[in-house]
Design a protein around this ligand. Structure first.
Ligand SMILES: [Zn+2]
Length: 459
């Protein structure tokens, strides 16, 4: 993806000298501006050791993308490695008076903590090193989303912050995944991180009631519960976590269900599942029928994407990547064909304050009996929040969209009867207190096109 802040760093780095290094593509699934781009930088590898660095970067990449949920969303990521040579190998260790000349000045025992491997040594401020990392990234891989630093040392260590850093030994790959959990996906440690870092987050809360806690939909599934933090000093007794065996606590475990859900929600926010589509726009003669419309989707593994094709306000097809229209499908004048894409993964269960990400392509087809005059297309994306759910009185909607749209919601009972219809604005509240208790479907329309269906529980 493209970062809005690139220009600032480019300006900064034009002042300093550009630092151009060899960049190797480790994993490419598509265009940088349609993917999350991870960039691995070498630290403490001498010129002669850079081939080891590439093999370490490959091992890290295969480890990370074998681990759920990254294994499920592997097609949403690119990985690059920047070969930054250091004059000497390894990292500093002040307690043994070991100081080596490396590019980013990595040191163990940062802030007096044995395993804290960080880019700060006496005489250098971390800020200067951060500026140096920013400029190496901007000069070599300006589309990066997160920069990771792999340190050529067998001793256990790592750190989070702006640039996750870890050693290249046995557990280093898991350390980096844990640190990416912090840096890119806003996860907290599930061991007590200290009073200063304790805060409400995807996987940390002060709410103790299992029916109210933000991960309530996972309670009693995959060992998710409401577990109190423990610590020797500090106010950890005020804080709770969802699991006791998550990589955000124990480096030899995987991500817990709540952390997986948080990671996927963020991937949905960062990347549209629509890689490309055709036609973008064209002029078609009558002899060209049928006309093909196709989507090239970035598919999770297994594929959990759902597509709904709507032609002139009626559903035309479901879950197809390609459809064809004949003359008989079209009305004289303007026709509208929309494909709406959502991800129905069972790894996401947020429904208390659920955000549904919907991506649409709309084609406008001008049809005259003598033949099609032209087809134009428009891409749109919607972020729909519907809450609270379950509810006994009001259902709130909050909708963000890239382009102006008119929204409508139909509530349909389980036996298929439309029981309520309402026009909704970007923020709306509808009263459902008069409805019988039970399960309903909320069909949400943008410009009369069905873009999402969600279950509502009326208490
Ligand atoms: Zn977790």
């Amino acid at each position: 993806m493209k970062k809005a802040v690139i220009h600032l760093f480019l300006i900064l780095t034009n002042i300093i000298n550009a630092q151009i290094f060899d960049v190797e593509a480790i994993k490419i699934t598509g265009d940088d501006d349609k993917r999350i781009n991870l960039v691995i930088l070498s630290e403490g590898y001498q010129e002669s050791e850079l081939s080891n660095f590439i093999s370490d970067a490959q091992t890290f990449t295969s480890t990370m993308f074998a681990e759920p949920p990254f294994s499920n969303y592997s097609n949403y990521f690119n990985v690059y490695a920047i070969k930054v040579p250091s004059n000497e190998s390894g990292a500093d260790r002040p307690s043994t008076n070991t100081y080596v000349d490396t590019y980013f000045n990595a040191t163990y025992e940062a802030f007096g903590k044995e395993y804290l491997l960080y880019y700060e040594v006496d005489g250098y401020s971390a800020n200067n090193t951060e500026a140096k990392i920013f400029s190496v990234l901007a000069d070599n891989t300006p589309n990066y989303d997160v920069g990771l630093i792999l340190v050529n040392s067998p001793d256990y260590g790592g750190s989070g912050g702006s640039f996750p850093m870890a050693y290249n030994g046995d557990w280093g790959n898991n350390v980096i995944m844990h640190e990416i959990g912090h840096s890119l996906f806003d996860l907290k440690d599930e061991y007590y991180p200290g009073d200063e870092l304790a805060a409400e987050a995807i996987n940390m809360t002060q709410e103790t009631n299992p029916t109210l806690v933000k991960w309530k939909n996972w309670i009693n599934t995959n060992n998710v519960g409401v577990y109190q933090y423990t610590c020797d000093t500090g106010n950890c007794a005020d804080w709770y976590k969802p699991h006791q065996n998550c990589i955000m606590e124990k480096i030899d475990k995987g991500f817990c269900s709540v952390c997986k859900e948080g990671i996927i929600a963020k991937i949905h926010e960062l990347v549209s599942p629509i890689d490309s589509y055709t036609p973008i726009s064209s002029t078609v003669e009558v002899s060209n029928f049928p006309i093909d419309f196709s989507l090239n989707l970035i598919k999770p593994n297994p594929n959990t994407l759902v597509s709904v094709w709507t032609l002139n306000n009626s559903v035309f097809a479901n879950n197809l990547d390609e459809i064809s229209l004949n003359e008989t499908n079209l009305a004289e004048g303007e026709n509208t064909l929309t494909a709406a894409i959502t991800d129905n993964t069972s790894l996401v269960r947020i429904n208390n304050y659920e955000t549904i990400n919907v991506h649409t392509i709309t084609w406008t087809i001008n049809y005259a009996s003598l033949g099609i005059e032209d087809i134009s297309s428009k891409e749109n994306s919607f972020k729909i929040k519907m809450f609270p759910n379950p509810t006994s009185t009001f259902l709130n909607f909050k909708i963000e969209s890239e382009n102006q749209s008119n929204f409508k919601v139909d509530l349909v009972s389980i036996d298929g009867k439309k029981v309520k219809t309402a026009t909704i604005n970007t923020i709306s509240k509808i009263n459902i207190s008069q409805l019988n208790s039970g399960i309903y479907l909320a069909n949400i329309y943008a410009n009369n096109v069905l873009i999402a269906t969600k279950k509502v529980v009326k208490l």
